[in-house]
Structures are given as structure tokens and as C-alpha cells.
Ligand binder design. Structure first.
Ligand code: SF4
Length: 619
């Protein structure tokens, strides 16, 4: 059934199931009968990509149109990539096995900066020229969506068009334009001009960027009548947007192999380091009745026995307890367990624990992010020790014996005292466990501290701050290790060099494109994978191109400076980011959006207030 070359490659690689397709739920159409073909590309492995909810949502939306066919492609792991190069097999989609060059649109999702070289690897494997300027209308349109589009300037020259914001309504509009262009024989330029008129569509080649002598941006000038500022696309009413009720069920274990329903989008909290929290504003939720129905349908269609209620902050859903009660009616009978991946310490209740532990009792995971109250106030993580204590006591009483805590290191204004606070927080949790009179006999507790390096991100109040240098981060990691004195506490931390590259890309500009291409050609890809990351090759390549990485990662950006992302609008005003930054320096907190509006500006996207404060109901 497979092409002989594919058969040969599959016989020689690990996990051939990553490359075969044919999974339950995948969509097959007769290619002669479709008018628009879309290759949805995830620039990481099959297992990572198949865990991504956004792809499932858009796959279903596009394939609902009878005359469109959306297929999937993933970055082949190193062994398969080598086989494909040896056998001269172009990168293909899992459904039709056609090469990417057979598609009208090749769309990449940009979920994290360290996948950028994988995009180049996928274009290369497909035999598609890297730069947009080198592709005419005979090539597929190469587009991108996802959170990194908020500043994907380092790779903007490789794309014909990028989509800011939410794709559910926007992507079908793009595909309609592509279909029309194809039927009417438009030139690529004509198509791009039409696309630039769609909400949230950004055509990088329509913007000229000039730089000052000191390297900072001088001007971003639109051409071809493109808007001076591109505003993100948004779904105003989440209830109007149906949830996916079919998933492609992966053959090879995905990282998150379970059903999931997105209960809300956005976040009310305003943690100042969190890019997603600002990009997806305002928070909008779906009604519990709709969620319950979609969850049951999804479980019955896919056969999954676990369903996750996902979002940036699920416990902020105002009808969460009602939703769990509704799901309880069928979940137990159908042997489906419910998981809540993003609980918060400050609204973790006894009844919530009981409802989610009825079927599955696992470790408790929380993200205090910083070890002292002062620093938690700086980052606006409105969590107190009392809340952590209360939550742990509830969890320990419910039988939990392991706690995982996520922290960040290198946060603005951080001192060694804050680092010691991380160890002290873990120690106090260990002590709480042993102080619990109902502690199960013979059981001990395990507290795991997982510490990530802070990366300042665009569109957040911390976009202005420099990242700590590698040496500073390494010293802080050592200090943390020295501060932990109990065997009940494990410490996990990450090598700071990947976070450094992430910071360079996150705040980078178009001058980085040739460096990224050169590094790819020297063998850099899968940069997000420790075993593949080649820090020295990256540093050597930056040097060759005369790029000072500290200019991007370790420099303070002036509060009134033009940034590479100044023309990309996600709803939150620049003034608000500056205000929040100044409040951070004074360790002043900002209340969640559902309690009081702080005037970030994102409500302009809804055309009215984000919340009905009188009734305390979410719109
Ligand atoms: S406008 Fe107000 S309520 Fe809406 S997202 Fe911004 S701060 Fe929150």
C-alpha cells in the first residue's frame, strides 16, 4: 500500500507509526474533488504535535467543508529525516502521502521559538525555497499562526503571510481567498493584498523595517496599502464556536493522549511574565451545558477514557463545579476520568478535589512561580503562603502524597533571598505533610521543585526587561541547590542556554533570519530537544554574522522604544504594559479581570465590557 521508498524508510526507523497515518478519525477525501488543499504542519515530532488542541480544532473546521481537504505533516525525527534525504523522498502529509508541494497552502503553527529551525528543515525536506521572495504563485502559500506570531519577525521573511489571533473564523476566510485566487488565476501579489484585508492577517513583505545606527528599530513602514497596525482576530462569543467532537486518535503515544475540551480562552489573572495571558485577552468562557455535551460526544467518538478540561486557568471558569456535576452523571458509568491540568492554589476547594479525585488520584501540581511574597507581588502572581498551605492541607487530607511546584528563576528584581524562598516553600510543604494528623501510615511525601529560566516575552509588562545572563542564572541554580536540605525535596532545573536562545528569538527582529538559516544548514534543528541542541554552533553562527545576542536578550528596551512587534496589536495597550511594569517595580499587584477591570484596552475587541460585574457573570 505504501510507496516502495516509504516502505524502505519505515523498515529502518524507530517508531514507524509516526509516519504512516491511517489513525482513527483521520479524514480522507478524493483529491480530484477538492478545490483547496491545506497541509497543517507541526514543526515538532508527531507525539508533540498530536497533543496540540489547536490543530484538532482547525482540522475539523477545515475538513467540514466538502471541497477542502486539510491534512497533517510533522517534523520527522532525525532517523526518518536522514532516510528521507537518502532516498530523496519529499516531506509528505500523513493522509494522502502527497508532497507538500502538491498543496495550495502549507500552514505552520508557531508554538515555541525553538521550533523555528524545524520549519526550515520541513521546507527543505519538501523542496520548497526558504524565502517568500523566492517563491512565486507556482509554490504553495506558506503561512503561520499560533502565539509566536506575536513576534515571529526573526522568521518573517520565510513566510508569505502570518495570522495573529484566533484561527477558527480567520483561517476559513484565508482559505476562501486562496480558493478564489486559484479559480480566478490571481498573482501571488494580488492574493497577498486580498489576505492583508482579513482581520489579523499580516503580510511581512508589505512592511519595510529600517534601523538606527545603534541597532534599534527606526521605523516600520507599511506598503501596498497594508494597515499600519495589524489587529488580532478574535472570537467574540465562545459559545458560538462549536467544540471539536472528533479527534484523530494517535497511533504512537502522544505526549497528552486524551480527549480535551477547552473550557475557556484567555485568563483573568494578569501574571506579568505570562505571554499567553496577554495574547488571549479578554477571558471568554463556554457554558457548562455546551461543554458537558461536547465532552461526552468526544469521549464516545474517540473511545478515550480520560478527558482534560483545558485552558490557561480552568478553575477560573465560573461554572466549573456545575460542569463537573454534569459530567459526573456519565463519566463514571463510561469509565472516563476527568483531569484539571491548570488548577490554581487560590481557588482550590475541598469539593473540587473530591470531584476530580473520585476516579483518579495523582500528584498535585501548582505553580507559585516565585519563592517569596514580595517577588510573587512583582510578577502579579496573586498567591499567598496561606493559600498554598490551605491547598496542601486539603490535598494531603484527600490522600495526595506528592506535590510538584513550578518556579521561575531570573525574574525582574529577584535576589538570592527569593531563591532561598523557593527552597523554604518546599520545606514548609514537607513539614505540613508530617503535621497532618490523618497522614496515611507509612507514607512519605515527595516535593518536586521544577525551576525554569525566565524569558522576557513581547506583549507582556516584562517585555522591556533584560534576561539574566547565563552566568547569573547558573549561579542562582547553584544557590538553590545549596539551599535545599531535605531528601524529600527534588530539584529539577533546565540548562539556561536554551532559554537564552529563546529570549534572542522572542525579542529578535528580521536581521536574525539569515543566522537561523545558516545555523539550520550547519545541522541545528530540534533545538528544543536537549539531545539535539547545539549551543556552540549557534554562538559561532551569531558571531559569523556579527550579531550581538545580548542586544536582543540582555538589553533593557526603552519604555518608548519602537520594538520589532510594535505594529502587531493583540488588544492590550502599550500604556497598560508600561503601567504594569512600573507597578511591578513597586511590588504592587493588579486584581483579576473578573473582579475589576484594570483598563488594559482588550475590551475594544469585544465592543463592550469583558464582564458583567453587577451579576458577576462572564459574558
Ligand atoms: S479590558 Fe479590563 S477586564 Fe478586559 S481584559 Fe483588559 S483589564 Fe481585563
Amino acid at each position: 500500500m505504501f510507496d516502495p521508498k516509504l516502505k524502505e524508510a519505515l523498515a529502518r526507523v524507530q517508531k514507524p507509526g509516526r509516519y504512516t497515518g491511517g489513525e482513527p478519525g483521520s479524514v480522507y477525501k478524493e483529491k480530484e474533488k477538492v478545490d483547496m488543499r491545506f497541509a497543517f504542519c507541526f514543526p515538532d515530532t508527531y507525539e508533540v504535535g498530536m497533543s496540540f488542541l489547536g490543530e484538532k480544532i482547525l482540522y475539523e473546521i477545515l475538513n467540514q467543508r466538502e471541497n477542502w481537504w486539510c491534512e497533517r505533516a510533522f517534523m520527522p525525527w532525525m532517523d526518518m529525516k536522514a532516510e528521507m534525504e537518502r532516498l530523496e523522498m519529499p516531506l509528505y502529509t500523513l493522509e494522502s502521502k502527497d508532497p507538500l508541494t502538491a498543496f495550495d497552502v502549507v500552514g505552520f503553527t508557531l508554538q515555541y521559538e525553538l521550533s523555528y529551525t524545524n520549519i526550515l528543515a520541513m521546507l527543505d525536506l519538501a523542496g520548497i525555497p526558504f524565502y517568500s521572495k523566492d517563491r512565486d504563485e507556482s509554490w504553495p502559500l506558506i503561512v503561520a499562526g499560533g502565539p509566536c506570531v506575536c513576534n515571529a519577525e526573526p522568521i518573517a521573511d520565510f513566510f508569505d503571510m502570518m495570522m495573529l489571533g484566533e484561527g477558527e473564523i480567520q483561517l476559513p476566510m484565508v482559505c476562501e481567498a486562496v480558493e478564489k485566487a486559484k479559480k480566478e488565476g490571481w498573482s501571488k501579489r494580488e492574493l497577498l493584498r486580498a489576505l492583508a484585508e482579513i482581520e489579523g492577517c499580516y503580510v511581512p513583505s508589505f512592511y519595510n523595517i529600517t534601523y538606527k545606527e545603534d541597532g534599534r528599530i527606526e521605523a516600520i513602514t507599511p506598503t501596498e496599502n497594508a494597515p499600519a497596525v495589524v489587529h488580532k482576530a478574535i472570537i467574540r462569543d465562545m459559545n458560538s464556536q462549536p467544540l471539536p467532537t472528533h479527534f484523530v486518535v494517535p497511533m504512537v503515544g502522544a505526549v497528552h493522549d486524551r480527549a480535551s475540551v477547552e473550557v475557556l480562552r484567555g485568563c483573568v489573572r494578569g501574571c506579568r511574565f505570562c505571554q499567553a495571558g496577554f495574547l488571549y485577552r479578554p477571558m471568554r468562557q463556554r457554558d457548562s451545558a455546551l461543554l458537558d455535551k461536547a465532552a461526552q460526544e468526544l469521549c464516545s467518538n474517540t473511545g478515550y477514557e480520560e478527558i482534560s478540561l483545558t485552558s490557561l486557568s480552568t478553575s477560573d471558569h465560573s461554572q466549573l463545579e456545575d460542569l463537573l456535576d454534569r459530567m459526573d452523571v456519565w463519566a463514571g458509568k463510561e469509565h472516563v476520568s476527568i483531569s484539571l491540568p491548570s488548577l490554581r492554589v487560590d481557588n482550590f476547594s475541598e469539593s473540587l478535589v473530591q470531584k476530580t479525585t473520585k476516579v483518579r488520584k495523582s500528584g498535585l501540581t501548582f505553580a507559585p512561580e516565585a519563592g517569596t511574597q514580595r517577588l510573587r507581588d512583582v510578577i502579579n502572581k496573586n498567591v499567598t503562603w496561606e493559600e498554598i498551605e490551605k491547598t496542601c492541607n486539603i490535598a494531603f487530607r484527600a490522600g495526595y502524597t506528592s506535590v510538584k511546584l513550578y518556579f521561575m528563576m531570573g525574574l525582574p528584581t529577584e535576589t538570592l533571598e527569593d531563591i532561598e524562598g523557593i527552597a523554604q516553600t518546599a520545606q514548609r510543604i514537607v513539614e505540613l505533610f508530617y503535621a497532618n494528623p490523618d497522614k496515611p501510615k507509612g507514607k512519605s511525601v515527595q516535593v518536586t521543585i521544577s525551576v525554569a529560566c525566565f524569558v522576557p516575552k513581547p506583549h507582556t509588562p516584562f517585555q522591556f526587561v533584560p534576561q539574566d545572563t547565563k552566568a547569573q542564572l547558573e549561579e542562582k541554580q547553584q544557590h538553590l541547590l545549596r539551599s535545599v536540605h531535605s531528601r524529600k525535596i527534588n530539584v529539577n532545573y533546565h540548562d539556561s542556554s536554551t532559554s537564552f536562545l529563546e529570549a534572542v528569538f522572542a525579542k529578535g527582529d528580521r536581521r536574525l533570519a539569515p543566522v537561523i538559516l545558516a545555523a539550520y544548514k550547519k545541522g541545528c534543528f530540534f533545538d528544543g530537544w536537549d539531545e539535539c541542541f547545539k549551543y556552540d554552533v549557534w554562538m559561532e553562527t551569531f558571531k559569523e554574522f556579527g550579531i550581538d545576542t545580548a542586544f536582543y536578550a540582555n538589553r533593557f528596551i526603552g519604555l518608548d522604544e519602537l520594538t520589532p512587534w510594535s505594529h502587531l496589536d493583540y488588544g492590550v495597550s502599550h500604556e497598560f504594559l508600561v503601567r504594569e511594569y512600573n507597578k511591578a517595580l513597586g511590588a504592587m499587584t493588579t486584581k483579576p479581570c473578573n473582579r475589576i477591570c484594570s483598563g488594559c484596552g482588550a475590551n475594544k475587541l469585544l465592543g463592550g465590557p469583558c464582564f458583567d460585574y453587577s451579576a458577576n457573570l462572564v459574558h
